[in-house]
Design a protein. Structure first.
Length: 534
């Protein structure tokens, strides 16, 4: 058995991902696609004279961090769910996508994918890191809208770790504002709306942590005047500390989070990551998961009311005229469904399937529901297509306007995750990849230290918990199942990056910070994915 170089695996993935957008739309075609010349340089300026529509529409993208897809049930014949009645009302007037998927199960790679149209392995911000900056060659949609079309680009966000001088993913935004919450939206947006240039089109990004842990209204923001004395509680501090109790208190009480950070320093992060990644799975506590879920859903309902207040203000100020309003999330949240709490690390539906509603002028009106798979990387390409702007080339995202006219069936959407000590609290170097369609879900987990690979396939459900692995724990696709052809093409494109390149004989060189290893791949090549055309 030849060896695989895990250091090169992320780079190997990018070419395969670039061909995936054509897997379904071009099924059966044999002619290569016509070359499309680049329209923009790396600063977003047009490389040739672009045709501007007579009236440029506006774009508002609202990202409610950590919002699960089942916050907006879209089952036919059901009444709007009480969890988010306002979002349900928006969906009834616009277009709702029941199979929208994030590029990653946590914020940094997922938001970067939304803003660039690239998968995490292509934009490079796929793992926890201290340096948060895109390489110069990558162009964001905000840069293009500002540089080529004169848009006013404004971002309000609560993501502190991508703020700061030169350390940001918010390339191309004229103005950025931190500490954003729907609680302050009216005052912040009022100042912008009254001082912006009249008639100038705008791209407004609103990214809120109001649903994010610690869960619930009382924690956003925390209004306590004095930190609790955690050192006096043996279940939270000292040799008898209970990781599960620490996790409970940190996710339910902002004051406890701050106090434990002060008492434990950076060690607190490791405790939380280890418990979320493996501690809960080793000894599940259903009552803990239920407590967390209860507080979470209470916060979701509260946030929906704030969303209603914010959209009402936007309407009163005339900011919804000639505007596409998008409401979505960067990832979901887990409550023990697959042995994990919080978000990150896994690629199950409770973590990567998200709500997506687009509302505005035609065709984004009329209460339509779309069941074909879409990704967050598709949002900005769709806006460009609708607005009549030159498309961006060399990206994975693609317009989904045609989905509003007819269902396109099998349409694979990809997600990725990279596991290391920084997000699990355990020394490892693991890559997870998934391809999801309306009917099938494939996940492959590759351990770069041991060379082992494990495959899972399931049938995604509209409920929070998807079906069990149909491979029965064998780590392989069951040979008796027959899938869609385009699903199999997506599966092969992902798995070939592991098995075929392992057979090519690359050198093993681990990226983990605790040393290097030279292990031969232990997993034999998988059996072919059997497909047929629907």
């Amino acid at each position: 058995m030849r060896r695989v170089n895990p250091r090169r695996l992320a780079a190997w993935l990018a070419p395969a991902l670039l061909v995936l957008p054509g897997l379904c739309g071009g099924c059966g075609d044999t002619d290569p696609p016509s070359p499309v010349r680049p329209a923009y340089d790396t600063s977003g300026r047009a490389l040739f004279r672009v045709e501007r529509p007579a009236t440029l529409p506006n774009l508002i993208v609202v990202v409610i961090d950590s919002l699960r897809h089942d916050a907006l049930p879209l089952e036919d014949g059901t009444e709007p769910d009480a969890r988010m009645p306002h979002l349900a009302s928006l969906a009834s007037r616009g277009v709702a996508f029941s199979n929208a998927v994030a590029a990653s199960p946590w914020t940094l790679p997922s938001m970067t994918s939304l803003l660039t149209g690239l998968q995490p392995s292509a934009h490079g911000l796929s793992a926890p890191q201290s340096r948060v900056r895109l390489v110069e060659a990558i162009t964001t949609w905000a840069e293009i809208l500002r540089g080529a079309y004169g848009y006013d680009t404004v971002a309000h966000t609560a993501g502190h770790w991508f703020q700061g001088s030169g350390e940001s993913i918010l390339q191309g935004f004229d103005r950025t504002h931190a500490d954003f919450s729907f609680l302050d939206a009216e005052s912040e947006l009022w100042r912008w709306s009254h001082y912006r240039t009249p008639g100038r089109p705008f791209f407004l990004l609103l990214h809120t942590y109001d649903v994010h842990d610690p869960y619930g209204e009382a924690n956003h923001p925390w209004r306590g005047e004095k930190l609790p004395d955690v050192t006096s509680d043996p279940s939270l501090f000292g040799p008898q500390a209970d990781p599960g109790e620490i996790f409970r208190q940190c996710f339910l009480d902002a004051g406890t989070v701050l106090a434990l950070r002060e008492a434990m320093g950076s060690a607190l992060v490791g405790v939380l990551h280890r418990y979320a990644h493996s501690g809960y799975a080793a000894a599940p506590r259903p009552e803990l998961a239920a407590d967390l879920a209860g507080a979470y859903w209470g916060g979701v309902h509260w946030t929906d009311g704030l969303l209603a207040r914010t959209t009402a203000f936007l309407g009163r100020e005339g900011l919804l005229e000639n505007t596409l309003l998008v409401v979505t999330s960067d990832h979901g949240e887990g409550f023990g469904e697959h042995g994990s709490l919080g978000h990150g690390r896994l690629l199950y539906d409770e973590l990567i399937q998200v709500p997506l509603v687009m509302a505005g002028p035609k065709p984004f009106a009329g209460g339509q529901r779309v069941t074909s798979g879409v990704g967050l990387v598709d949002i900005l390409p769709t806006f460009f297509d609708w607005a009549g702007l030159e498309p961006q080339t060399g990206i994975e995202g693609r317009s989904i306007l045609t989905l509003l006219e007819e269902d396109q069936g099998c349409r694979p959407v990809l997600s990725e995750e990279r596991l290391s000590f920084l997000n699990t609290g355990e020394p490892q170097d693991v890559i997870r990849l998934s391809a999801r369609t309306e009917h099938w879900k494939y996940v492959v987990t590759y351990d770069a230290e041991t060379g082992a690979a494990y495959e899972e396939v399931s049938a995604p459900l509209t409920a929070a918990d998807e079906a069990d692995d149909l491979g029965g724990g064998t780590g392989r696709l069951p040979p008796e199942l027959v899938f869609d052809d385009c699903f199999c093409e997506a599966v092969e494109a992902l798995r070939n990056r592991i098995w075929d390149d392992a057979a090519a004989g690359a050198e093993v060189a681990s990226q983990v910070p605790y040393g290097t290893t030279n292990r031969q791949p232990t997993t034999p090549p998988p059996t072919p994915c059997v497909g047929h055309v629907e």
